[in-house]
Design a protein around this ligand. Structure first.
Ligand SMILES: NC(=O)c1ccc[n+]([C@@H]2O[C@H](COP(=O)([O-])OP(=O)(O)OC[C@H]3O[C@@H](n4cnc5c(N)ncnc54)[C@H](OP(=O)(O)O)[C@@H]3O)[C@@H](O)[C@H]2O)c1
Length: 254
């Protein structure tokens, strides 16, 4: 059974990964993970590929115990793992509740690492891992400081894991989109609507996830969809980060 496993599948980019993966025609089953089981069940009605629904909260240890047992019982041959669960909060560090900052680390870094570790024994030769990352991985981002730091972790982890897993012929890619129109903003704005106000371009999930699927198949280790976003990444490599942060602060009117 060729299986894809996708976290964050109940909305936004994770949901789009489910749709596009199902269209590829090479999968027998897709495991979909998120807390909102009802949203996952709705997705199952649309699909060309059977979905195995796992309504799990990836900030709870018992969810990983359940996931481990499911893997042991069903022994899937995983050809694609996508870690898309994640959230952000906008605002000055000391104005975001400490628990929210800790939860971002818990979900964006720890849960992603945990799912990757538990799934790895089941990923087949030629399999792919897509770690949903962000443009904010490439520079420190004031007013999204912890979120940006979690994404820097994902970038570093994904790139080195890609090198380490070459001998197993497993490919790992950090997928780093700019702003994407999803429910992400409803969560990020919970702490501040004023901290981040300038969004140069909003992509649709379909636009960016299509690029991610193509780039993963091509074997890229980092995927940055969109020319403007690529130019921003280049700027973070060429310019001192102090200057890049100053530009960001001016754009956001701080
Ligand atoms: N939107 C952007 O501009 C943007 C840009 C770059 C990167 N990203 C990254 O893209 C990824 C996907 O976000 P999105 O934009 O698609 O936003 P989204 O629509 O809010 O999707 C987030 C997903 O994460 C899941 N999730 C949240 N908390 C969870 C938990 N405790 N346990 C399990 N699943 C949980 C949500 O499902 P449930 O609520 O059902 O659990 C949902 O499916 C995130 O890592 C985000 O940081 C977003």
């Amino acid at each position: 059974m060729n299986t894809a496993i996708i976290t964050g599948a109940s909305s936004g980019m994770g949901r789009e990964f489910v749709k596009l993966a199902a269209q590829r025609g090479d999968l027998d089953e897709i495991w979909v993970i998120a807390r909102r089981g009802d949203r996952l069940a709705e997705l199952a009605k649309e699909g060309q590929v059977p979905l195995y629904i796992l309504p799990l909260d990836l900030m709870q240890q018992e969810s990983f115990d359940r996931y481990r047992s499911e893997l042991e019982a069903r022994k899937p041959q995983v050809t694609l793992l996508v870690n898309a669960s994640g959230f952000g909060r906008f605002g000055r560090y000391d104005q975001i509740p400490l628990q929210d900052n800790l939860d971002m680390i818990e979900l964006n870094c720890k849960a992603l690492t945990h799912i990757t570790g538990l799934t790895l024994p089941y990923i087949v030769q030629g399999g792919h891992i897509i770690q949903v990352d962000s443009l904010s991985a490439f520079q420190p981002v004031p007013y999204i400081s912890i979120y940006g730091a979690t994404k820097a972790f994902v970038l570093s982890y994904a790139r080195s894991l890609n090198v380490e897993l070459k001998d197993r012929d497993i490919h790992v890619m950090a997928f780093c989109p700019g702003w994407v129109k999803t429910d992400f903003f409803d969560h990020a704005w919970k702490t501040s609507k004023e901290a981040v106000t300038y969004y140069n371009k909003l992509f649709t999930p379909e636009e960016v996830v299509r690029v991610a699927m193509k780039d993963s198949a091509k074997g890229k280790d980092v995927c940055v969809p969109g020319l403007g976003v690529k130019a921003q990444v280049l700027a973070t490599k060429l310019l001192p980060h102090k200057l890049v942060m100053n530009i960001w602060m001016k754009q956001q009117k701080h």
